[in-house]
Ligand binder design. Sequence first.
Ligand code: DQA
Length: 141
Amino acid sequence: MMKILILNGVNLNLTGKRETAVYGAESLASIEQEITAFAEERGHIAECRQTNLEGELCTAIQEAEGVYDGIILNAGAYSHYSYAIRDAIAAVSVPVVEVHMSNVYAREEFRRTSVLTEVCRGEVLGFGKKSYLLALESFFL
Ligand code: DQA
């Protein structure tokens, strides 16, 4: 049995309300429920957290050490410039899979850079809420 932390960052709490053409009309709470059930059906545990604060994301990553078998991280816009989150990921041995709901390569230029990818185990993007489920599968397979 694996225990995976699903960590959502800045503005992800507005999922379902903001830019619905890009991120869909489903709320984060509803997506989190599906993620939790998906893990449970496969005999694993997924715990979900969201915060808008960069430092809280760093603390959550630090505290995952020894507690979780993996982290699925959608850091939102922080992905594009947060060296603090990058350093937090590099500081722990817990594998982190970076996730984005949208296809960041098909959007604005600034979204094509993630400072996190290099220190992550892998990345899943562009599949809406399914990006989270595919990232979960990567741990279970
Ligand atoms: C996002 C993509 C980011 O560029 C953006 O700032 C977000 C969400 C995604 O899930 O597609 O807030 O991480």
